[in-house]
Design a protein around this ligand. Structure first.
Ligand SMILES: Cc1cc2nc3c(=O)[nH]c(=O)nc-3n(C[C@H](O)[C@H](O)[C@H](O)COP(=O)(O)O)c2cc1C
Length: 336
């Protein structure tokens, strides 16, 4: 029922992607997602070349299904070397995040037969990567955990869908069957989930992170540039709040740089309860740890039931009232 163009493009069963997650998603999670019919993605952010090679090998030992590598363009040399490793090792799919990898990298990957899916925060960026050769685009709203732009998923996805010709995947603030259906209704052909996948048995996130996820409410995240120098949505902590507040009062670039050094040091030496980690607004909905298979199959099965319910309700008198109270009222008025 949910076999979309994304499934054909990537060779996967369900249109569900596990977004790359530095610090939470290594070979075990990636392989589990791919084995369960989705697409798992290995992160590279901050990792060495050897770590990437080892992670690709380890993932291959766990699954023969397709998985991807995410390249975070944190500098030309880093981006080029990680792309070269993906080509050399025959990684079939690459996603990019946080910034633009540059037309040269996308072209090289594409020429080598790699399917490239950049993560973008705006229509402008989507058009650029499409022109550079992206096979599909992941439109990620500011509800997402990790690096974010300024537009929310709900307005971003349909505007990107309208602007580009390649398939679009929705990301940011999605975590269950309702999110999948909503994304499809917005014109996307699949979803990318990050935060929800942290709360799985197979996720490699530290126990304190999983435990924090289960008790954080939807208002418990903050966008801060402290960790990487670019806006990242993460668990709100005293250190992040104070840093962002102090930043608002800093007058010069020197003051801002000094503040970052001071707060980064504090973050490094913080006790466990003061530590932070990237997490999205969907966190308030996550109240259990599941296996990856339970999560993926649960989303697909519930989405099928929900779609059926919506369809039936739209054809029944009572349901029409529930679904479209405004339209039912109008009709009653016209009948009078
Ligand atoms: C802990 C964590 C680490 C992440 N690391 C990366 C990364 O290394 N590269 C990347 O492109 N995106 C990264 N992301 C973003 C995810 O891949 C995904 O796009 C995002 O989490 C989707 O939004 P959601 O958290 O609302 O599901 C990270 C997200 C989280 C929560």
């Amino acid at each position: 029922m949910f076999h979309t163009v994304l499934c054909d493009l990537l060779g996967i069963r369900y249109p569900i992607i596990q977004g790359a997650m530095q610090g939470a998603g290594g070979p075990r999670l990636v392989a589990a997602v791919s084995e369960a019919g989705g697409l798992g993605i290995l992160p590279t952010f901050g990792g060495t070349e050897k770590e990437l090679r080892d992670d690709i090998e380890k993932t291959r030992a766990l699954t023969s299904r397709p998985f991807a590598v995410n390249i975070t363009p944190i500098g030309r040399a880093f981006t080029e070397s990680r792309a070269a490793i993906c080509i050399e090792m025959g990684v079939p799919i690459v996603t990019t995040g946080r910034g633009d990898p540059g037309s040269n990298i996308v072209r090289k990957l594409k020429e080598a037969g790699t399917i490239v899916l950049p993560v973008v925060p705006s229509v402008h960026h989507a058009l650029r990567v499409e022109a550079e050769g992206a096979a599909a685009i992941i439109a990620s709203g500011m509800e997402a955990g990790g690096h974010v732009g300024r537009v929310s998923t709900m307005p971003l996805v349909p505007q990107v869908v309208d602007a580009v010709k390649v398939p679009v995947v929705a990301a940011g603030g999605l975590g269950d069957a309702r999110g999948l259906l909503a994304a499809l209704a917005l014109g996307a052909c699949g979803i990318q989930l990050g935060t929800r996948f942290i709360a799985t048995v197979e996720s490699e996130a530290a126990e304190w992170i999983k435990e924090r996820l289960l008790r954080t409410e939807e208002t418990g995240t903050i966008i801060s540039s402290l960790m990487t120098g670019k806006p990242v949505r993460a668990f709100a902590t005293r250190i992040l709040r104070e840093y962002e507040q102090a930043l608002g009062h800093a007058d010069s670039a020197e003051d801002r740089a000094a503040l970052r050094i001071r707060y980064l040091k504090e973050l490094r030496h913080a006790p466990l309860e003061e530590r932070t980690m990237a997490a999205g607004e969907i966190v308030g909905m996550i109240r259990d740890i599941r296996t990856v298979r339970e999560l993926i199959e649960g989303i697909v099965a519930e989405a099928a039931t929900l779609a059926e319910k919506l369809y039936r309700a739209s054809r029944e008198e009572g349901g029409r009232k529930r679904l479209l109270p405004g339209a039912a009222r109008e009709r009653r008025r016209a009948e009078r």
